[in-house]
Each structure stands twice: as C-alpha cells, then as structure tokens.
Design a protein around this ligand. Structure first.
Ligand SMILES: [Fe+2]
Length: 248
C-alpha cells in the first residue's frame, strides 16, 4: 500500500515501520489476584534473588516455567492467549494457517531495588507480560523497551544524550517505558530488547507473569508443504539422538 501523499503546508512526518506493542487492560478479580500473588510467594519460597540479590527472581531460572499448567493460573493464561491470537490477527496473520504455541510461562518478582537487565527472548517469536500489581505510576519499576535501531537519531548514539546536540523528541527517543498496572497485558515481538527498571516502591513486591510463544505451520497433510520460512508443526519434526532419528 503506497504512503498517503502529504497535503500542501509545513513539514509533516509520518512513522514508518512501526513496532506493534499490544496492550489490553483487564479487570482482575481482587480475590483471584490475591490468590495468585499468594501462590507466587509460595512458588518463590525462601529465594529472593536470581541468584544475584539485585536481580528480580524469575521462575524460568528456578523451575517455575509452566504456570499455564498451574490450577491457580491456567484460567488467566487461557484468557491472555486469546488476546495473543487477536494480536496476530491485527498484524495480518491468517489464524487458520498458523499455530500459536505457548512455550513457557513464568513469574517475575521484584523486591524493592531489584531489576531485570536488558535482554530479549531469542527462543521465541511473540512475548507477553501481564502485571498482577502496579498503579500505573511506574514507581514499582517500568518495563523499558528499546528499538532494534533508532534510525531517526541519524548519528548512531546521539539519542542517548550525554550533552550532545540532540534533545530527543517522540521521533528520537532511545527507548520507551511502560508503567506496570494491575491487569495490564503487553504483547510485543520477542526480538525486542527490554529490561525492568528498579522497583522504587519500598512497600510492594512487583509481580508479573511472562509468556513466550512460537509460531509454526499447522500439521501439513501428506503431499503438501508448509509455507516457506515458517517452521513445520513440531508434531512433524524428528529429534536426532545418539540412536539415530527419532520421531519428535
Ligand atoms: Fe524478558
């Protein structure tokens, strides 16, 4: 689709190639929310770092990576995956021609002062975060998202500031911060670098759930081929072992 032509007048700027950040504000039931937070406390046990005390406790590194199978969380996760399917549809995916796989789902618990360093999820295609608490102010620690490359700063690095000649505007911000709020779901491409800023709320444990999804083709009938560049359905893969090729 060609870009719309500008109308006569002053300079107009249009965003090109936008990254799709999906947001859904759910209305969690307070009793269910309390039960979920209590369950997360129990799953974390005596640990409080990961293992560095400055790093938030994350379930994926501590054996708690299948919350979608946990009875306290399964109904919530099913709701969240429904929104993930809507996100795919908004991007243009034909839901009949792709299968969305939930790969893992784990909690992230930040005590006051704890962070999660900058990273991305190379194991996945689509990632989601759901907040169990937060008041929208950001004081419990914003999620920071970085663009793969900030082309608009023109000179690489200038958007980060440090006394340079560029004062970032909405076109040149080096990152985007999202404040946690109870019931907020975020969806974004897994390749996007992100981090969690320090929890500056001395009275609250910051609680969120993370989900990684993968996309594959549906099971392909005999004699047909899955779309190029899309992995075949894992039910049609074969694992290679020391004993040779084994069905997946
Ligand atoms: Fe992450």
């Amino acid at each position: 689709m060609p870009l719309p032509l500008p109308v006569p007048g002053p300079l107009q700027i249009q965003p090109l190639f936008p990254v799709a950040l999906g947001q859904v504000q759910l209305r969690p039931d307070p009793l269910e929310l309390a039960e979920q937070v209590q369950a997360l406390h129990a799953l974390r046990g005596d640990a409080d770092g990961n293992p560095d005390p400055g790093c938030a406790w994350t379930g994926d590194l501590n054996g708690v990576w299948q919350l979608h199978l946990h009875p306290t969380f399964a109904p919530l996760i099913a709701t969240l995956t429904g929104h993930a399917r809507c996100y795919l549809e908004e991007l243009g995916f034909d839901r009949r021609r792709v299968v969305l796989h939930l790969q893992r789902c784990w909690p992230v618990l930040s005590e006051p002062g704890q962070v999660v360093g900058r990273h991305h999820h190379p194991n996945a295609h689509l990632s989601a975060i759901y907040y169990l608490n937060g008041d929208g102010s950001g004081r419990s620690g914003c999620l920071r998202l970085w663009p793969p490359r900030q082309l608009n700063e023109l000179v690489p690095g200038l958007g980060a500031g440090h006394g340079g000649p560029l004062t970032p505007t909405c076109w040149t911000e080096p990152w985007l911060d999202v404040a946690p709020r109870a019931g907020l779901l975020l969806l974004f491409p897994s390749c996007i670098d992100h981090a969690v800023l320090p929890n500056d709320d001395p009275d609250d444990l910051r609680c969120s759930l993370s989900i990684d999804f993968m996309l594959t083709a549906p099971p392909t009938p005999e004699g047909q081929a899955p779309p190029e560049y899309l992995a075949p359905h894992p039910g049609q893969w074969q694992a290679i072992t020391e004993d040779g090729v084994q069905p997946a």
